[in-house]
Design a protein around this ligand. Structure first.
Ligand SMILES: Cc1cc2nc3c(=O)[nH]c(=O)nc-3n(C[C@H](O)[C@H](O)[C@H](O)COP(=O)(O)OP(=O)(O)OC[C@H]3O[C@@H](n4cnc5c(N)ncnc54)[C@H](O)[C@@H]3O)c2cc1C
Length: 546
């Protein structure tokens, strides 16, 4: 299935074959009768679940909720084995979907898109890939992922290191043997928190380099019994309806009271119950944890108290406790035995906020005050989130303006779906959409349905050139900013804000108004004849020669 430097002339070029790209392909091809070519940089479909093969990688949303909803037959035949599926199981699911719906025949793998250029005369996108593959389509859908551009921090001397260097988001396809090795892990975000407890028992020594401690709550992984699976299947229609109409796309009951509405004892008991069941949904324990400092402090204190219980050395517990930002302002983590890992004899925590990493040598990683002998260095440093994968290729819209130029001050979108000056280009689960602030799968499916309906409507109306107006874009960017302004999201150096990447514009990128409100807004826009979109007929292609 690898690329053979071919050219594809289709209705729609989709970039990326993760959950979003495959859903778009199926919907447009099988439900809407359009021809589609998906271009994928990786050697197979799967997106993040193809790339992130590190030990311990799993979803942190219940597997049942992190699944496609378009096919009752698929629901019926697929059985998730655990509450939170592991990476291999999710990848098997993607492969199953690709085979069951015969998707691979329209996917070109090993094709990393380098350029996409709008041709105003013919109203087409011309796409080129690094391997020479080219494609031309009337529509371009960027399904390139909100967490897919890998962040690789520069450490001086890294090229001199003679051991193995790995990145969680680009983990080798072949098995990696870490047994008996001295391993350094840089980063304690979601990926670090998953990989650290998994590898600690097998390695000789584990050195964890932490810049910012994370808030993490127990995931409560569990293998699903046949009875639990059967019950889940029975509840699916109701559960799906609830997800679609919820603000987060999570099947966690939202508590309709604030943290300070309960007295201290009741609040403690409520947190205790949530701690033992909610997993990722702990953030919804009260409805004001992300808007009130005082409320948030009760949750942050509770989690810090739990860290102190889980880590035997009080000084170490304190180092692992976040104090510089409110709980939830960065993507919350869930874990299995993360903090307890630091009670092990073979695990060392290094605070690189206090003594920064200075350089690597042939055999060591060095901080300002110590050197650590290592055989393997694992970067668990995450991503250039939300805009990274959109700004890597050169996308050129109307009048030769590139997306890099248009977004120089931060991403500008209308509904997170289109950007002015880039006709017929759609983005799935990117900036300006709720995407990363909830269950991304729910956003993906909403976008796919909505964009497909817009394409069909426009084709039928004879107006297949679609563009977000600048006014609509400005107004939406204001809405995105206004939704984030009163929240505590603004108080952490998070990837939501672009703060993880030096020099990236500091703007809050996802839409924080919630999935439910977002869905309603999109439906309203459609009902009002796609308000905020300019639609025009395709230019006549039988131009007279000059
Ligand atoms: C380890 C991990 C765990 C996660 N867990 C959860 C979770 O539990 N719940 C949740 O809601 N979200 C989770 N996410 C977020 C995740 O990004 C989304 O859930 C979802 O998988 C995104 O799907 P996608 O298809 O939009 O993007 P991706 O899966 O990122 O797929 C994008 C694809 O585009 C390809 N691509 C990018 N640029 C180019 C290019 N220039 N040319 C060609 N191809 C290109 C990439 O190779 C990739 O295959 C997790 C992310 C990670 C990394």
């Amino acid at each position: 299935m690898s690329s053979t430097q071919t050219h594809h002339d289709v209705d729609v070029v989709v970039v990326g074959a993760g959950f979003a790209g495959l859903a778009m392909l199926r919907e447009l091809r099988d439900e809407r009768g359009m021809s589609v070519r998906v271009l994928e940089a990786g050697d197979d479909v799967g997106g993040v679940w193809y790339w992130n093969r590190y030990p311990g990688a799993r979803c942190d949303v219940d597997s049942t909720d992190y699944s496609y909803t378009f096919s009752p037959e698929l629901d019926e035949e697929w059985n998730w084995s655990e509450r939170y599926a592991t990476q291999p199981e999710i990848l098997r699911y993607v492969h199953h979907v690709a085979e069951r719906f015969d998707l691979r025949r329209d996917v070109t793998t090993g094709a990393r898109v380098a350029t996409a250029t709008w041709d105003d005369d013919t109203a087409h996108w011309d796409v080129t890939c690094e391997d020479g593959t080219t494609a031309r389509g009337r529509y371009l859908v960027m399904a390139t992922g909100c967490l897919s551009a890998v962040k690789r921090p520069q450490v001086e001397g890294m090229e001199d290191f003679t051991g193995q260097v790995l990145h969680t988001a680009d983990w080798p396809r072949e098995p990696v043997d870490l047994a008996g090795k001295r391993v350094g892990v840089i980063g304690t975000g979601s990926s670090g928190i998953q990989v650290i407890p998994r590898i600690a028992p097998e390695v000789a020594e584990l050195v964890v380099f932490q810049r910012t401690p994370a808030f993490s709550v127990p995931a409560h992984h569990q293998v699903l019994s046949d009875a639990e699976r059967a019950a889940l299947k029975l509840s699916l229609p109701e559960r799906r309806e609830m997800l679609r109409n919820s603000p987060t796309g999570l099947s966690v009951p939202v508590t309709r009271r604030g943290a300070l509405d309960d007295d201290d004892a009741a609040r403690e008991q409520h947190y205790e119950e949530q701690w033992h069941s909610a997993g990722f949904g702990f953030l919804l324990a009260y409805n004001d944890l992300l808007i009130s400092h005082e409320a948030n402090r009760t949750a942050s204190d509770f989690i810090r108290g739990k860290i102190a219980e889980r880590v035997t050395d009080p000084a170490l517990a304190e180092k692992l406790s976040p104090h510089t930002y409110p709980y939830g302002a960065k993507r919350p983590c869930v874990d299995t035995g993360y903090y307890e890992t630091f009670n092990r004899e073979n695990v060392t925590l290094v605070d690189i906020a206090a003594a920064p990493l200075t350089r690597a040598t042939a055999t060591t990683l060095e901080t300002a005050d110590a050197a650590y002998d290592l055989d393997v260095i694992v970067f668990a440093t995450g991503f250039d989130a939300m805009t990274g994968s959109l700004l890597k290729p050169t996308i050129t819209g109307r009048d030769g303006v590139t997306l890099q130029e248009h977004w120089a001050g931060g991403p500008l979108t209308y509904l997170g779906l289109m950007t002015a000056g880039f006709p017929n280009m759609f983005v799935i689960a990117g900036p300006g959409s709720p995407s990363l602030l909830g269950n991304v799968m729910v956003s993906i499916e909403q976008h796919v349905d909505w964009v497909s309906a817009l394409l069909v409507d426009s084709e039928a109306a004879g107006t297949p050139v679609i563009e977000a107006t600048e006014e609509a874009e400005r107004a939406w960017v204001d809405r995105v900013n206004a939704a984030a302004a009163p929240t505590l999201y603004m108080e952490a150096a998070s990837y939501y804000l672009g703060a993880e990447i030096e020099g990236k514009p500091r703007v809050f990128m996802p839409y924080a108004g919630g999935l439910r409100r977002y869905r309603r807004e999109c439906d309203e826009v459609a009902r009002e004849g796609y308000r905020g979109f300019r639609r025009s007929p395709e230019p006549s292609t039988d131009l007279q020669p000059a």
